[in-house]
Design a protein around this ligand. Structure first.
Ligand SMILES: Cc1cc2nc3c(=O)[nH]c(=O)nc-3n(C[C@H](O)[C@H](O)[C@H](O)COP(=O)(O)OP(=O)(O)OC[C@H]3O[C@@H](n4cnc5c(N)ncnc54)[C@H](O)[C@@H]3O)c2cc1C
Length: 458
């Protein structure tokens, strides 16, 4: 492979994985990361501590030959454990899928990033430069501006091929936008998040470990994912303003009272709740639409191109899928390929899919914090699983398409999911009047109708 060396901005999840994939192809790679080397320093506090890894991310890690190293860090989560508002009710597990392998995995961000950085550092083609920020690109001259964060010394690389994997706040994207080369639409969510540590109890997990726990409360929610040290990381998603809202939870008494009223079972597991609430920062969330991603020899990728809200657990998975796609395009371009063409093809191929997951991620917030409490949603979910058992290649619940079927693109999952939703609504509408809230499985007659609808529409 004779492609010119590339410079990657950011050694986060996408940048480090991409460095491994390109390095393995024999391409020389320089990675510039503004933070210190994580192999020598503790992880930042306050960023999302653990993430859900699913099939799309796993497939990309396999493409890079890294699953062996990553697997020991993974904890399986078989479904959502719903903690209903009534404190006396027993938590109920809504399985994510119906096959043994249909689970998602909790993984620590720092541990995963470290595996990726170690793998990149072990390749002779890859050079990692920590404490170095990328500040600007200039497309006509092909220059990339860097600053050494320890000394403040600036330098400029000329004739640079640059892949910006510098995250949602991308400085590279910012400089392209200022130059009028990229239009950027940032849609902030009016809800922020804050993380809490749930320590082990008597050396054991304080909650059932093989689930993603959710305390849905319609307008807001608390979730918790397990960590390998038997703790959980809980995350509160709450409006910035209002009642309840982050702005009205100012004093210790208000925080205690809110958690006691809304999340009593979780509050009982966080001994220093108020201290954590005060010291942990609230993070902002939102969706970023950028267009185009490819400007000559510069490409935006991962969150820098398409940051999304975290409610489908797909931002990292989508960023990893970006890396795998770009790697495949590089391989397909062959020895005469050139970066601007590969970048343009990547942008054309991928844009529709990331728009689709951005929409589904927003929709999933409503599902997690509210719909899981609704009888109609639960009935449709049960019917969808019933239909999947009968037509496993035709009718696949949308959640499963996104999380367990990387061979189905995000845009196809969105399209098929909408058709399936209509079919379920039609079946519901035809139930006997007054019986529509009945949770019973689809009858033989309803299944015959479902078969006709599936044959006609899917
Ligand atoms: C609360 C929360 C929960 C989430 N949960 C999930 C989940 O369960 N599953 C999932 O798939 N995704 C999840 N995500 C999304 C996921 O974190 C991101 O999609 C993913 O980190 C994107 O990877 P990236 O490499 O593009 O960006 P990042 O991981 O943000 O990496 C960017 C890197 O660039 C570096 N950098 C920044 N600026 C510069 C610069 N100017 N110069 C050089 N380096 C720079 C940063 O230090 C960082 O290392 C979650 C996000 C949040 C906020």
């Amino acid at each position: 492979m004779r492609l010119q060396a590339v410079n990657i901005a950011g050694a986060g999840l996408a940048g480090a994985l991409l460095a491994v994939l390109l390095g393995r192809r024999g391409i020389a790679v320089n990675v510039f990361e503004r933070r210190p080397d994580p192999r020598a320093h503790a992880a930042d506090a306050g960023r999302s501590i653990n993430l859900a890894l699913a099939a799309r991310g796993i497939r990309a890690l396999e493409q890079a030959g890294l699953m062996e190293q990553v697997r020991p860090t993974l904890l399986p989560m078989r479904g959502r454990m719903i903690h209903d508002p009534e404190v006396s009710s027993t938590p109920r597990l809504l399985p994510y899928g119906q096959r043994e392998a249909e689970v998602i995995y909790s993984v620590g961000r720092a541990a995963l990033n470290r595996v990726l950085i170690e793998a990149a550092a072990s390749l002779p083609q890859v050079r990692l430069h920590f404490d170095t920020s990328c500040t600007e690109v200039d497309v006509p001259s092909g220059s990339l501006r860097l600053v050494d964060n320890r000394t403040g010394v600036e330098r400029t690389l000329s004739d640079s091929v640059t892949i910006a994997a510098d995250g949602a706040g991308s400085a590279v994207r910012g400089s392209l936008a200022r130059a009028g080369r990229v239009s950027v639409c940032e849609l902030p969510l009016e809800h922020d998040y804050k993380e809490f540590h749930i320590p082990p109890r008597g050396g054991q997990y304080a909650l059932y470990p093989e689930a993603l726990h959710v305390w849905p409360r319609h307008g807001f929610m608390l979730i918790a994912l397990p960590n390998p040290d038997r703790s959980f990381t809980a995350t509160l998603f709450l409006p910035q303003t209002g009642d309840p809202g982050f702005d009205t939870l100012s004093g210790a008494a208000a925080v205690q009272e809110f958690f006691q009223r809304q999340f009593a079972t979780a509050a009982a597991l966080i001994p220093d709740l108020v201290a954590q609430f005060r010291s942990h920062p609230a993070g902002h969330l939102g969706t970023i639409h950028a267009d185009p991603w490819a400007c000559g020899a510069v490409l935006l990728l991962g969150d820098a191109a398409h940051a999304i809200v975290p409610f489908h657990g797909q931002g990292m998975n989508a960023a990893f899928e970006d890396c795998a796609l770009l790697d495949a395009l590089v391989a397909g371009a062959g020895p005469h390929g050139n970066w601007p063409e590969i970048f343009a093809r990547f942008s054309r191929t991928r844009h529709g899919d990331t728009e689709a997951i951005a929409q589904m991620a927003l929709e999933n917030y409503a599902e997690m914090r509210s719909a899981v409490l609704d009888a109609r949603f639960l009935r449709h979910q049960a019917w969808a699983l019933q239909l999947e058992r009968l037509y496993p290649t035709r009718f696949i619940p949308r959640y499963a398409m996104v999380m367990f079927h990387p061979e189905i693109s995000y845009s196809e999952a969105l399209r098929r999911g909408a058709v399936q939703q209509q079919i379920l609504a039609q079946l519901d509408a035809q139930r006997a009047p007054g019986g529509s809230d009945h949770p019973a499985p689809l009858s033989a007659a309803e299944l015959a109708r479902a078969q006709q609808l599936i044959a006609a529409q899917l």
